[in-house]
Design a protein around this ligand. Structure first.
Ligand code: NDP
Ligand code: HSE
Length: 439
């Protein structure tokens, strides 16, 4: 009888509880795929007394993640606590330094300390796997690290946050408020413990930082990414986008350019007919453009306990089989540094929504400022809410939303034009600007 892989799990929340269940329910399939049984022998979480719908009989309870990492009976530590710092960081480091394998779903930690942990894994001949950290059930880490090892990659992009895609989908389809949709995403176990990581774009940036490193052989550098979240997107933007044939998605994009790797996360208008626009709800999609192969897209559930557990257990199975590859696909020393690409030079079309003062000549003033920056307009729409002409009320000039769609231009030109429009005092408030991506 081959010795079982003895697993210790730190964190029994949305993901951890599903991992315990999956290992139990797939025990015989796992044993046959791995050539040895996989057994959870110890667990820990913050509150031992918490009621959990889990059968933990026969499984030891460690007093904290550290003790679990140090337990000589544990071969593989599975970290499902979350957070870029303690106790996850030192528990993983302790396990790696003892030569134990580690599996984690923690993108915040891998984005911040991934290189340090990968170095510790290399130094101690240990395995560090983090498939579930990006795209939950989608095997994109393995695809980039192993499946595409022979391909030079030019671009990786996609929808990397289930919570944001879920919110944008429901706001658009059901007209619900941002807050209602976020509450549901939390209830369903999609959102991070602090959901601002999701909606402010940082969760997507952490995942993109990991994918960039795997795709381009660069050092993981979350701070090299330009980040904007979705909290400024209003139902009005979603309606206008829809009327104009677009849908709004939070995209993460990493692209090889002459000046290095451009990495950005921001709400993006994509044509309704594009394949990325069909990706709805909690689903994620990652497209890889490689040299000599047509773009390929992996689509699947990007959050949730069961989806994430699927990837965690696949990583554990690799450990059980004795598969060990460099965590970032090559030795840490060979990863190159990357610099933040300036967004000012970003080129593309733009959606601009302005609250224009409803005076004669306002539209002409706006068009003039855009023309001065050599920005051509694909369309300009003045929207009177509910069809009511609010041109004047009570003797005061009122405001009318004006939507502009530009042809491809540079970002700095857009912002120069909008500053001039603001100086002209023909608009009020901050203009809403959303980049357009057509392919
Ligand atoms: P939860 O908040 O549901 O669970 C966190 C678990 O960690 C809980 O069991 C909690 O204990 C335990 N915990 C918290 N602090 C400590 C501590 N100081 N010491 C010991 N245990 C602690 O998180 P998720 O399961 O949603 O996420 C876990 C990880 O997976 C995160 O890194 C997340 O980013 C990642 N992930 C999550 C996905 C999802 O869809 N939820 C998808 C992909 C990745 P207690 O139960 O006692 O409170
Ligand atoms: N909060 C994350 C999301 C979990 O919504 O995508 C999956 O990484």
């Amino acid at each position: 009888m081959v010795a079982p892989l003895r697993v210790g799990i730190a964190g029994l929340g949305t993901v951890g509880a599903e991992v315990v269940r999956l290992i139990e329910s797939r025990a015989s399939a796992l044993a046959s795929r791995c050539g040895r049984p996989v057994r959870v022998i110890a667990v820990t979480a913050r509150t031992k007394a918490k009621k959990r719908s889990l059968d933990l009989r026969g499984i030891a309870w460690a007093k904290d993640p550290h003790q679990l990492a140090e337990n000589p009976d544990v071969d593989c530590l599975v970290e499902l606590i979350g957070g870029a710092g303690e106790p996850a960081l030192s528990a993983i480091e302790t396990a790696l330094k003892a030569g134990k394998s580690v599996v984690t779903a923690n993108k915040a930690l891998i984005a911040k300390h991934g290189l340090r942990l990968a170095k510790a894994a290399e130094a101690h001949g240990a395995t560090l796997n983090f498939e579930a950290a990006v795209g939950a059930a989608i095997p994109i880490v393995k695809t980039l690290r192993e499946g595409l090892a022979g391909t030079s990659i030019n671009r990786v992009y996609g929808i990397l946050n289930g919570t944001c895609n879920y919110i944008l989908t429901r706001m658009e389809k059901e007209g619900l408020s941002f807050d209602e949709c976020l509450k549901d995403a939390q209830r369903l176990g999609y959102a991070e413990a602090d959901p601002s990581f999701d909606v402010d774009g940082h969760d997507t940036a952490q995942k993109l930082a990991i994918l960039s490193s795997l795709a381009f052989g660069t050092k993981v550098a979350e701070n090299a990414i330009y980040v904007e979240g979705i909290s400024s997107i209003t139902p009005e933007d979603l309606r206008a986008a829809s009327d104009l044939g677009y849908r709004v998605k939070l995209l993460g994009v990493a692209v090889r350019t002459a000046k290095g790797i451009e990495q950005r996360v921001h709400p993006t208008m994509v044509p309704k007919s594009s394949s990325i626009a069909q990706v709805m709800d909690v689903t994620n999609a990652v497209t890889v453009d490689g040299e000599g192969i047509p773009p390929m897209t992996l689509v699947g559930p990007g959050a949730g306990g069961a989806a994430t557990a699927s990837a965690v257990v696949a990583d554990i199975a690799d450990v059980a089989r004795g598969v060990r590859v460099s965590p970032f696909g090559r030795p840490v020393e060979q990863l190159r540094a990357t610099e933040k690409a300036p967004m000012e030079r970003h080129e593309g079309g733009y959606y601009i929504r302005l609250m224009a003062r409803d005076f004669p000549g306002t539209a002409a003033a706006i068009a003039t400022r855009l023309a001065e920056q050599k920005i051509s307009l694909e369309s300009i729409v003045q929207r009177h809410p509910n069809g009511v002409d609010l041109a004047r009320s009570g003797g005061k000039a009122s405001q009318v939303p004006v939507i502009l769609i530009t042809y491809a231009t540079h970002e700095d030109a857009v912002y120069r034009a909008l500053k001039a429009v603001q100086r002209d005092k023909v608009i009020s408030g901050r203009p809403q600007v959303i980049r357009i991506e057509k392919n």
